[in-house]
Design a protein around this ligand. Structure first.
Ligand SMILES: [Zn+2]
Length: 72
C-alpha cells in the first residue's frame, strides 16, 4: 500500500460537494477540481504534515525486508 495514494475527502468550500484528493497532491500543494461546481481548490500542506507523513510511512515500509529473518 502506498500511503500517498490513499484518498482523502473534503467539502468543496463553494458547493459542499465531496472532493477527493491524495496525500501526494497535498504534499505537492496542487489544485484539485471540484466535481460538483468545477471550482479549483488549492491544497495546502499546512506545516508540511502531508510530506512528513509520506516520508515516515516510506521509511517504515523500506525497513520491512531488513527486519524479516527467514529460517529454513
Ligand atoms: Zn464545488
Amino acid at each position: 500500500m502506498n500511503i500517498g495514494e490513499v484518498k482523502n475527502k473534503a467539502e468543496c468550500p463553494a458547493c459542499k460537494a465531496a472532493v477527493e484528493f491524495t496525500l501526494v497532491e497535498i504534499a505537492a500543494e496542487s489544485s484539485v477540481t471540484c466535481g460538483g461546481c468545477g471550482a479549483s481548490i488549492k491544497l495546502t500542506d499546512k506545516d508540511g504534515g502531508a510530506k512528513k507523513l509520506i516520508k515516515e510511512m516510506n521509511d517504515i515500509t523500506s525497513q520491512f525486508p531488513k527486519k524479516i529473518t527467514l529460517k529454513f
